[in-house]
Design a protein around this ligand. Structure first.
Ligand SMILES: CC(=O)N[C@H]1[C@@H](OP(=O)(O)OP(=O)(O)OC[C@H]2O[C@@H](n3ccc(=O)[nH]c3=O)[C@H](O)[C@@H]2O)O[C@H](CO)[C@@H](O)[C@@H]1O[C@H](C)C(=O)N[C@@H](C)C(=O)N[C@H](CCC(=O)O)C(=O)O
Ligand SMILES: Nc1ncnc2c1ncn2[C@@H]1O[C@H](COP(=O)(O)OP(=O)(O)OP(=O)(O)O)[C@@H](O)[C@H]1O
Ligand SMILES: N[C@H](CCC[C@H](N)C(=O)O)C(=O)O
Ligand SMILES: [Mg+2]
Length: 490
């Protein structure tokens, strides 16, 4: 591929004038990290949160980079340097050129909570309707031919576009993926041909990264303002304070707005939830779409899963699937791993693993489990290190207010002192106990369960490791529960 194919005016903007000899350079790859450069690559020097990629230009050239793209030229550069106003966006668009195939139908979902669930549900709906379907997000890539564990919710643009190209060539026609606020803010998903965008909700999260809530919402709304293709669908949960702003952003772009939820547009394109009742571990729903009523038995615990299911249904309908078939398929949904997942019971008390690691999710998870606790509702949780410190006391208070027994333990301490993280939560979690060792905390909570209790183990969901310092130690809440239950039986 020639450099000009990756750096057209549409990618670089009008201020980038490239000499013909440079434009004709042969480029064999794109790279955003000097340590990953291979000979023939075009290196993108990105200013980041920890360091500046411009510091690694010489290292990239030494590794074989044939040209460099960045926003400010270094004093001396041994290979052609192309200056652009927005190197991150240029990288994503170049990556889309380099990895050109994409599934024909792509839905992206954003929102503080529910993205992983919506991506998984949308994939399952399409699958049931006979489409070769995949999802990409926090739990990695799930597709018919390959399943790859992921580390970021929205992968970096090179990894993302490479995966899109691979799955499209595998025959995947339908993809649902998660658009995190970091991903949107860092232009990781630019260049993806998004047919429909979904928006679940907005609550406190990532205040270590976004300077204000408005900035956080603004990042999420990039999905509608800039990324969903013209004429595409915007499926928006209508039951939140920010719903009107999201709907407005989509309308301004001329997208097909589908408002879903209790305030959804049941007479028109959206989906209105008209009734919901809990029945054992399922929920009976009635919904309305284009004026027609549908009854659905959703096989999931947690009121919030209704929102996720309706956004998913909207994404499938908004990309052309038959409404009646879509609603029928909701009866077969399986929750994403570690999302209010019932993993066992002791003395008749159900044990749930959930990924609630932010305040709103913790409230919702505890409220969802209240009907299953005739006696005590117990929660075991902590908070991740090197992340928003402000959420810790808020989550402590939520646990104290919404549970009858609270054990504060470690999540992923990362570079922080685990006892300091626990102390910040304990400060507001009145009556809570402290057991730092997560396996021991889970064991203790399970040991104490009696008939009529319910246990929530929150924060790590599907995770298979615990990040302590820079090490990832093998750890899974699922395995810890299984071990605790086995030790009681033996
Ligand atoms: C804070 C953040 O979002 N950082 C992301 C960002 O890195 P950065 O550009 O800020 O990195 P940096 O370390 O400052 O380095 C700047 C540049 O120098 C380059 N470099 C650096 C060192 C070197 O030797 N050579 C070199 O070229 C780096 O590759 C980078 O391009 O861009 C990188 C490439 O896309 C991401 O991998 C990286 O994610 C880090 C690993 C991360 O932990 N991100 C988390 C916070 C995140 O993105 N989470 C979201 C949300 C999850 C949720 O919703 O809860 C997600 O989508 O997962
Ligand atoms: N629609 C929702 N409203 C409120 N809370 C939710 C909703 N959906 C899920 N949750 C809570 O958030 C947790 C994470 O859900 P999920 O993984 O689907 O969201 P996510 O947006 O992908 O989160 P993350 O950004 O951490 O990857 C769940 O375990 C549950 O506690
Ligand atoms: N994508 C989120 C996941 C947090 C999960 C929680 N277990 C923690 O470590 O804080 C993050 O990286 O901020
Ligand atoms: Mg997720």
């Amino acid at each position: 591929m020639k450099l000009r194919d990756l750096t057209g005016q549409d990618i670089l903007g009008n201020d980038a004038a490239i000499e013909p000899a440079v434009a004709a350079l042969e480029v064999t790859g794109v790279a955003l990290d000097s340590r990953a450069v291979t000979p023939g690559d075009l290196f993108f020097a990105l200013a980041g949160s920890k360091t500046d990629g411009a510091r690694f230009i010489d290292a990239a050239i030494a590794a074989g980079a044939v040209a460099v793209v960045g926003d400010h030229a270094p004093e001396a550069c041994k290979v052609p340097f192309i200056a652009v106003a927005n190197p991150r966006r240029a990288l994503a668009l170049a990556a889309a050129r380099f990895f050109p195939s994409q599934p024909a139908t792509i839905a992206a979902v954003t929102g503080t909570s529910g993205k992983t669930s919506v991506a998984a549900f949308t994939r399952q709906i399409w699958e049931r309707l006979g489409h070769a379907s995949a999802s990409i997000g926090t739990i990695g890539l799930v597709s018919p031919k390959r399943t790859v564990y992921g580390s970021l919710t929205t992968p970096d643009p090179i990894a993302l576009h490479r995966q899109l190209d691979e799955i499209a060539r595998d025959g995947v026609t339908h993809l649902a993926f998660e658009a995190s606020s970091h991903g949107l803010d860092q232009y990781r998903l630019d260049g993806v041909r998004v047919s429909a965008g979904g928006f679940t909700n907005l609550s406190r999260d990532h205040m270590d990264y976004h300077p204000t809530v408005a900035h956080y919402l603004g990042a999420k709304l990039r999905l509608f303002r800039e990324l969903v293709a013209p004429g595409g669908a915007a499926v928006i949960s209508a039951d939140h304070d920010c719903s009107a702003e999201a709907i407005e952003a989509a309308k301004v772009r001329g997208l097909r707005v589908m408002a879903v939820g209790r305030n959804g547009d049941g007479a028109g394109e959206g989906i209105r939830l008209t009734d919901a009742t809990v029945e054992a571990f399922t929920q009976k729903l009635t919904v309305q779409h284009r004026g027609k009523g549908y009854a659905i038995r959703l096989p999931l615990v947690g009121e919030f899963q209704i929102e996720n299911a309706l956004v998913s249904a909207g994404l499938a309908i908004g990309t052309g699937s038959d409404a009646a078939k879509v609603f029928a398929s909701l009866e077969h949904l399986e929750g994403a791993k570690g999302r209010l997942e019932r993993v066992g019971e002791r003395n008749g008390a159900p044990i749930f693993i959930d990924y609630a690691h932010k305040p709103d999710a913790l409230v919702k998870a505890l409220q969802a489990l209240r009907p299953y606790a005739k006696r005590r509702l117990v929660v075991v949780f902590g908070a991740g290190g090197d992340r928003d410190v402000g959420k810790r006391p808020i989550m402590g208070e939520i646990a104290a207010d919404n549970a009858d027994g609270v054990i504060i333990t470690d999540d992923n301490p990362r570079s922080e002192k685990p006892e300091a993280i626990r102390a910040a939560i304990l400060a507001t979690a009145k009556g809570a106990r402290e057991i730092g060792d997560r396996a021991a905390a889970i064991r203790t909570a399970i040991d104490e369960l009696q008939d009529g209790d319910a246990l929530l183990i929150a924060g790590k969901g599907h995770e298979t490791g615990q990040i302590v310092g820079s090490e990832v130690l093998p750890f899974s809440d699922h395995e810890a529960v299984a071990a605790a239950l086995a030790s009681r039986i033996a």
